[in-house]
Design a protein around this ligand. Structure first.
Ligand code: FAD
Ligand code: UDP
Length: 395
């Protein structure tokens, strides 16, 4: 008998497995229908010995000290600041759009104050910023919107930016300085020995049983457990009762090139022209030294594995109906990007999972991340002849 069946061994499932086993001494069965742990963050050494990310580039960044400290128990880090170039008008220029982007694109020599004036002149002021188009034209105007965002977004989502929530393009800021980092979070780093090694260390506990290549629908017929944690797509769990929730998919085309360096930046975005959105060269991310190099092209697809919830008002409405069904299931906890239909980054999923664990155990999130079951269990008498469980907080 297991205390928990956890469906999905990505960040959501693995954090909860680790917490329930190490923090609460629970017996956990974690399954994944894929042949590996790590969910979409899974990385591995390919046939050429190059460390690559099977499901596209995963760069860790967070402003949450709690989340960073929590994961630091399972990995050392390699400092890494992510940089992206966009191919526009036959040039490769920094994205997010910054001072250098404008100067290079238009052959200008503006300073930070002048570029602010430039943006003020070209921007189309929007009273209400509702859509992804509003966000960009309100900041940098129509021409830059068309060069950098319109084509990329139509390719990536199969939708015009005017049909997508503001939150999508708002992920990419506009800058008047020369900072060309993709993220400005306080903590930016890559797991030194890769994501999969980090997941292995999270799941290293005799109370955790891992079953791969297994759909939970098969497993539930064979094992008994008290509660379930579900991290797959929420609509699938309820057999699409209200219809399918749209997810966007990708096809990843991995290649090894017989050169030490393939491109001049970790990622090059292709807003216009090509059928793929971006090309990633993994050695920049991992710091690996190798005479060859591994790259991946991302081709957006309507069908296939569900990678992205699609932020649109009508999808949020449909999700609300599934959320109601989920809330009515006190025996199942729905956690993660697919189960809560949120376009969340890895750190947000870790935070969400720690919050769920905290709620299950009556702890605040900071405590939830640190509680460790003392071994051997120290038993205090509470005077009524029964023993208390003992929780130790490790700072
Ligand atoms: P997942 O990782 O999707 O895990 C869910 C698991 O459940 C899967 O392994 C799946 O196989 C399993 N599952 C589903 N149904 C079943 C079933 N019926 N039975 C058994 N198992 C099942 N975030 C960042 O912070 N930085 C980045 O740079 C970044 N880049 C990304 C790039 C791409 C291309 C994508 C798609 C995402 C990226 N993300 C990034 C987001 C990141 O991948 C997610 O936030 C995170 O992996 C979500 O974790 P999760 O556990 O919720 O879901
Ligand atoms: N985007 C764009 N052009 C770019 C980069 C991003 O239009 O060069 C838009 C696009 O809609 C994309 C969104 O901004 O889906 C968020 O970009 P991000 O790089 O955060 O996407 P992710 O890494 O999650 O795929």
């Amino acid at each position: 008998m297991f205390d928990y069946l956890i469906v999905g061994a990505g960040f959501a499932g693995s954090v909860l497995a680790e917490r329930l086993a190490n923090g609460s001494g629970k017996r956990v069965l974690i399954c994944d229908k894929r042949p590996h742990i790590g969910g979409n963050a899974y990385d591995f050494y390919n046939d050429d010995g190059i460390l690559i990310h099977k499901y596209g580039p995963h760069i860790f960044h967070t402003n949450s000290a709690d989340v960073f400290e929590y994961l630091s128990k399972f990995t050392e880090w390699r400092d890494y600041q992510h940089r992206v170039l966009a191919e526009v008008d036959g040039m490769r220029v920094p994205i997010p759009i910054n001072l250098d982007t404008i100067n290079k694109l238009y052959g200008l020599k503006l300073n930070a104050l002048e570029v602010k004036d430039f943006f003020d002149k070209v921007r189309e002021k929007r009273e209400h910023v509702k859509t992804s188009e509003d966000v960009v034209v309100n900041a940098v105007g129509r021409e830059l919107y068309e060069k950098f965002f319109r084509g990329y977004t139509r390719k990536q989502w199969g939708l015009d930016p005017s049909e997508l929530d503001a939150s999508v393009t708002a992920r990419v800021p506009t800058r008047t300085n020369r900072d060309d980092r993709y993220f400005t979070d306080t903590f930016q780093a890559m797991p030194k020995h890769g994501y999969t090694r980090m997941f292995e260390r999270m799941l290293e506990n005799p109370n955790i049983t891992i079953v791969l290549n297994s759909d939970y629908n098969e497993l539930v017929k064979e094992v008994s457990f008290r509660e379930m944690i579900y991290t797959g797509p929420v609509d699938a769990f309820f057999n699409y009762r209200y219809g399918k929730l749209p997810y966007r998919s990708l096809e990843f085309k991995h290649e090894t090139r017989d050169v030490e360096v393939f491109q001049e930046a970790p990622v090059v975005n292709y807003p216009n022209g090509q059928p793929y959105t971006r090309v990633t060269e993994f050695k920049y991310l991992t710091g690996q030294t190798h005479p060859k190099t591994g790259i991946v092209y991302e081709y957006p697809q309507a069908e296939g594995d569900p990678y992205y919830p699609i932020p649109q008002p009508e999808n949020a409405e449909l999700y609300k109906k599934y959320e109601k069904l989920a809330e009515a299931r006190s025996d199942v906890h729905f956690v993660g990007r697919l189960a809560t239909y949120k376009y969340y980054n890895m750190d947000q999923i870790v935070a969400q999972a720690l919050t769920v664990y905290g709620k299950m155990e009556g702890l605040k999130r900071k405590e939830a991340a640190n509680v460790r079951r003392a071994v051997p269990t120290v038993v205090y008498s509470n005077g009524n002849g029964k023993s208390n469980g003992f929780l130790e907080t490790v700072s």
